[in-house]
Design a protein. Structure first.
Length: 211
């Protein structure tokens, strides 16, 4: 007489809290944005990637637009945190220019801030950038303390940040193809920015008024 086979093991899955479900959906949406651009961030795509129904996402976010707004908010907060990290490096690191370059370039590239900035610009939703304002101000102050600008208010330090941010944004958006056309390696834009930034700050520190 054959013994009865033991019952198959059924894997149980812990029910996620609403906050966990939202966080997972936003993390997935971020990866879709980085990989496919704004058109890749749809409820169907996110639901498929994380294994839930379209209706489940509607329950958590209400609409595709609200999911996209939640994603923008999360990414802007991450960008603000990256800038605060840059402030810490500027105040404590002797190699601050290269550290600052890497932090900002990483935020725009791997962090997705480049895609986010393009998305905000194309959809004219700049109000989402408001949380970054304070972090940018802190970074300007930290740079001012570092270079000990002689003319009081740090009038030209924003120019240094403008140069760095535009370099990072451009590299995130089209740096790969351009580097290929010009025969440059993946680190070339970072090296250029790291070389230019101290020179620009030196001009600021000596009171040069051309920026």
């Amino acid at each position: 007489m054959q013994s009865e086979a033991p019952p198959a093991y059924v894997k149980t899955r812990r029910r996620r809290s609403p906050d966990e479900a939202r966080a997972q959906a936003i993390a997935c949406a971020r990866q879709l944005l980085i990989q496919h651009g704004p058109t890749g961030v749809t409820l169907n795509a996110v639901a498929r990637e994380i294994g839930v129904t379209h209706g489940n996402l509607i329950h958590h976010f209400g609409s595709a637009a609200q999911l996209q707004s939640a994603l923008m908010g999360a990414m802007v907060r991450d960008l603000a945190k990256a800038l605060q990290t840059a402030v810490t490096h500027v105040r404590s690191d002797a190699n601050a220019p290269r550290a600052l370059v890497d932090i900002v370039f990483d935020a725009f590239d791997e962090g997705g801030a480049g895609q986010l900035a393009a998305w905000l610009a194309l959809s004219n939703r700049y109000e989402h950038l408001e949380p970054v304002r304070e972090a940018v101000g802190d970074l300007v102050t930290a740079l001012d303390e570092t270079v000990r600008a002689t003319d009081g208010a740090p009038q030209h330090i924003p120019s240094a940040l403008l140069l760095l941010t535009l370099c990072a944004f451009g590299d995130a958006m089209i740096g790969g193809p351009l580097r290929g056309m010009l025969g440059r390696d993946a680190e070339s834009a970072r090296r250029i920015a790291a070389h230019l930034l101290p020179n620009l700050l030196d001009q600021i520190n000596t009171g040069a008024n051309n920026y």
